[in-house]
Design a protein around this ligand. Structure first.
Ligand code: F0G
Length: 459
């Protein structure tokens, strides 16, 4: 019996949600080309597409928004954000952006030349695409244990340090303009990275004088996993752990839509003066003046408050508790999931559940479509639709480690009853799994294809 996540808040505002019937869901799917990104949200009952920008803000955040300063330059809201960021992240320069990928874009534009490689434990898809869009090569060097969904490992998001060392030695430092690590490691199951591993990664990059940039979207969840699981950290606060993490790096990209608990926003933080200056010039060109960077003043104020709420221990216990609760409830139906539970989402091993569907017929997509049909629930495929690609040089097709369906839990949004409903719908699907068929593309763009691809069923 999974333990119940205790909400450290009460509900002040509610938003009605609607459940359309099965026939209407079938029609909605057909007109969306079987791509769940193409659905209207009014046709969705429980939306677990992403935890990005979908959470509920607090009364304090809404209060801060009302007091946002919309001055074009030097707004008070910018300085509120700067203070929060300086305390938690500690880098010298703050460059606000409209979301995480804009920070990735600026960094990639400034530092990547064709042929360069950027290592990480596992890059997220927008990071991969930004690197490829500059002619660079994203390289994923996560530990081998991450490829086994059922293997328990407290820090399954870790970088394989031996692989990293060998990769840099082989590629040559001059071809690696910066190195990254993603915390938590979204693409392999929202799995955390240990502080020891972050330190070893930092040491490796430092040895070769490679700037170290952290993809920090879910840094607070990662910090809380470190507190719970890493020897020596039980007595530290998530803030202290976060400060220790960031003290090891030269900069970070941040999507505030995750652990800063807002609906839009992000930033790039850097220590290097010259790089930060160039980033600000790039920002002015694409996003906006350096004290607002593509956001309204009120957004900056909401992030300034949300960063603190995201580090609150009661909140983090509830947050990781919800994910564990849903993971265990799904597992109780005999459905294979990535273990141990990650931070922000449950990852179902669709490749295993629907083993009769070949990888090029997308078992993850098949399961995601089925879940919408069954319960009006929207998840997202994170398997071959999102990550397989054909090498432009060799023409060889590369598949990702796993065929997953992610059910991301928006922050402070759904109740335990909603989560029970999701697990029960999956249980019914598992009972009739043999009847489920695969899909093929009728359209697929070159980059980030899962957002706009169209499909048809394979009969
Ligand atoms: N890095 C990671 C690890 C992410 O998960 C995301 C976004 C980004 C960068 C980009 O941030 O969306 O603000 O531009 N992940 C969302 C998701 C979209 O659903 O996991 P963004």
């Amino acid at each position: 019996m999974p333990s119940h996540p205790l909400e450290p808040f009460r509900i002040k505002t509610v938003e009605p949600i609607n459940r359309i019937d099965r026939l209407a869901r079938q029609q909605a799917l057909e007109s969306a080309g079987y791509n769940l990104f193409g659905l209207r949200s009014d046709d969705i009952f429980i939306d677990l597409l992403t935890d990005s920008g979908t959470g509920a803000m607090s009364d304090r955040q809404w209060g801060a928004m009302m007091q946002g300063d919309e001055s074009y330059a030097g707004a008070r809201s910018y300085f509120e954000l700067k203070e929060s960021v300086e305390t938690i992240f500690g880098f010298k320069h703050l460059i606000p952006t409209h979301q995480g990928r804009a920070a990735e874009h600026i960094l990639s534009t400034l530092l990547i030349k064709p042929g360069f490689s950027i290592p990480s434990n596992t890059h997220f898809d927008t990071t991969e695409a930004n690197i490829r869009a500059r002619g660079g090569k994203p390289v994923n060097l996560v530990i081998d244990d991450a490829a086994d969904p059922s293997l328990p490992h407290p820090f399954k998001g870790n970088m394989d340090i031996d692989k990293l060392e060998a990769f840099i030695a082989e590629t040559g430092r001059e071809n690696v303009p910066f190195g990254m690590i993603t915390i938590t490691n979204n693409a392999t199951g929202g799995q955390p990275v240990s502080l020891e591993n972050i330190r070893q990664t930092a040491d490796t990059y430092k040895k070769y004088e490679i700037p170290f940039i952290i993809d920090a979207c879910r840094y607070a969840e990662n910090a809380y996993f470190i507190k719970l699981r890493e020897p020596g950290y039980a007595g530290k606060t998530p803030l202290e752990i976060a400060q220790e993490i960031f003290s090891l790096a030269d900069g970070a990209t941040m999507s505030a839509k995750k652990d800063a608990l807002v609906n839009i926003g992000g930033f790039l933080v850097l220590n290097d003066d010259d790089l930060a200056q160039r980033a600000k010039n790039e920002l002015i060109l694409r996003e906006g003046f350096p004290t607002y960077g593509g956001l309204a003043g009120r957004d900056l104020s909401a992030i300034a408050v949300g960063l603190w709420e995201g580090l609150d221990e009661g909140y983090l216990a509830y947050r990781l508790g919800q994910t564990a609760f849903l993971t265990e409830s799904i597992e109780a139906h005999g459905i294979p999931v990535v273990l141990p539970p990650g931070g922000h989402a449950v990852y179902i091993d669709a490749g295993n559940l629907l083993a009769h569907i070949p990888r090029n017929e997308f078992p993850g997509q098949a399961l995601a479509v089925e879940l919408y049909l069954e319960g009006g629930i929207r998840g997202v495929e994170l398997g071959s639709v999102a990550f397989a690609y054909t090498d432009p040089q060799t023409g060889e097709e590369h598949f990702p480690l796993m065929e997953l369906v992610r059910l991301a839990i928006p922050r402070r949004m759904y109740t335990e009853t909603h989560l029970d409903f999701v697990a029960e719908a999956l249980g019914r699907i598992a009972e009739r799994r043999d009847e489920i068929h695969g899909y093929r593309f009728t359209y697929a763009p070159e980059l980030l294809r899962h957002f706009t691809a169209q499909f048809e069923p394979v009969e």
